[in-house]
Design a protein around this ligand. Structure first.
Ligand SMILES: [Zn+2]
Length: 63
C-alpha cells in the first residue's frame, strides 16, 4: 500500500482510490462538488489542477 499527497490540500492519502489514483482526496472532491460554479476563485483553482492531472494522466498512458 502506497500513499500519495493530495494535489490540492497536501493531505496524505491512499493511492489507488479516487480520481486519477487519488491525486485528489475525497475532502477536496467534496469541495469541488459543493462549489458554486459561478465565478468562484476555488473553481478556477480546482479546474486548473484537474486539467493538469488530466495531462499527466494522458502522458502516462502513452508509455
Ligand atoms: Zn485534498
Amino acid at each position: 500500500m502506497s500513499f500519495v499527497k493530495c494535489k490540492t490540500c497536501g493531505n496524505t492519502i491512499e493511492e489507488g482510490l479516487g480520481l486519477f489514483r487519488s491525486y485528489i482526496c475525497n475532502e477536496c472532491l467534496d469541495k469541488i462538488a459543493n462549489t458554486n460554479m459561478k465565478d468562484t476563485i476555488y473553481y478556477e483553482y480546482y479546474r486548473a489542477i484537474i486539467k493538469r492531472m488530466w495531462l499527466d494522466y494522458i502522458a502516462e498512458m502513452e508509455f
